[in-house]
Design a protein around this ligand. Structure first.
Ligand code: ADP
Length: 289
């Protein structure tokens, strides 16, 4: 497998590459990560079962689209495919460093610039991708409320019910979410889609970087909401973001709904207490209508 991957890297980079050393990189939730080095070059490689090649292709496309906005740094995808019985995604290797207040502020400013970059008149994306290992449905939709109600909350709710969770009925929830977002008509922004603190870092050069996206065109507030979900980002991040693209009124109200998507997904991935957390959030949303 490693020789095939090395040959592919040589092809796409037009520079001979051979794996001289390889080590495992921990920290991933879904895939096995490796650093491979040879000819004084290092690459980061993610490996999974062959059946997951679409997931890697979607990640590579998302990274390329984010790169094309020339706003926030993301790892450059080099190549992806199937070698032996595994799928792989090779990326530029990044050296991480210490996060400073200045770097967090810059991350906020650059994320805001990515959110302002435009690129679509509809919500969705050119293909489905994954959130964690759950499918994420990106059917192009004109109305944000319809998109979020059906393809984000509705889809996860159906999976959660199939998993045995006890939740309010699908049609009722979808209607409530549509009503909740009826006045929300944002411009479609390219969003990272899975922006928890484990997917944000600072390079040794001090440059902020975001990793492992679940990209689509959506309401930019989904990214900001998720930064607040698991631990939160430092105040400097929000300061930087608001300097460039201040949040709209009503964000605080929408935040719970946007994060419900990730909590339902966590219930679908991990079960346990996420079901009752999702029900509490749903209760708040239903009560506020
Ligand atoms: P997964 O898709 O399995 O969740 P991640 O993309 O989150 O994997 O990566 C797992 C870990 O590998 C990260 O926490 C980070 O420490 C490291 N990592 C990710 N991308 C790179 C990269 N381009 N260069 C170096 N290390 C990386």
């Amino acid at each position: 497998m490693w020789n095939q991957i090395a040959d592919r890297i040589s092809q796409v980079s037009s520079t001979k590459f051979q794996v001289e050393s390889r080590r495992s990189v921990s920290g991933g939730c879904i895939n096995q990560g490796y650093a491979i080095t040879g000819n004084e070059l290092t690459y980061f490689v993610k490996i999974n079962q062959a059946s997951q090649v679409d997931m890697f292709e979607a990640e590579a496309f998302g990274l390329k689209q984010m790169l094309a906005t020339r706003t926030i740094r993301v790892p450059e995808p080099i190549c992806w495919g199937i070698a032996d019985h595994s799928s792989y995604l090779v990326m530029e290797w990044l050296e991480f460093g210490r996060a400073t207040t200045q770097a967090w502020e810059e991350m906020g400013r650059k994320l805001a610039a990515m959110h302002q970059a435009g690129g679509s008149s509809q919500f969705g994306w050119e293909r489905n991708n994954t959130i964690g290992s759950t499918p994420q449905i990106n059917t192009w939709t004109e109305n944000w409320g319809d998109f979020f109600a059906e393809h984000r909350i509705g889809y996860q709710l159906q999976l959660a019910k199939r998993r045995g969770g006890s939740f309010p009925d699908y049609p009722q929830v979808v209607e409530v979410v549509k009503d909740f977002l009826a006045d929300r008509m944002p411009e479609p922004s390219l969003v990272h889609g899975d922006l928890w603190s484990g997917n944000a870092a600072v390079l040794e050069t001090g440059e902020p970087v975001i990793l492992d996206p679940a990209t689509y065109y959506g309401d930019r507030e989904v990214d900001i909401a998720m930064t607040e979900l698991f631990g939160g980002f430092p105040a400097a991040f929000y300061r930087g973001y608001n300097q460039v693209f201040p949040l709209d009124e009503g964000y605080e109200r929408r935040k719970t709904l946007y994060n419900l998507y990730h909590i339902l997904n966590h219930f679908n991935l991990f079960g346990g207490g996420y079901g009752s957390q999702a029900n509490r959030m749903l209760g708040q949303i239903l009560a506020s209508q």
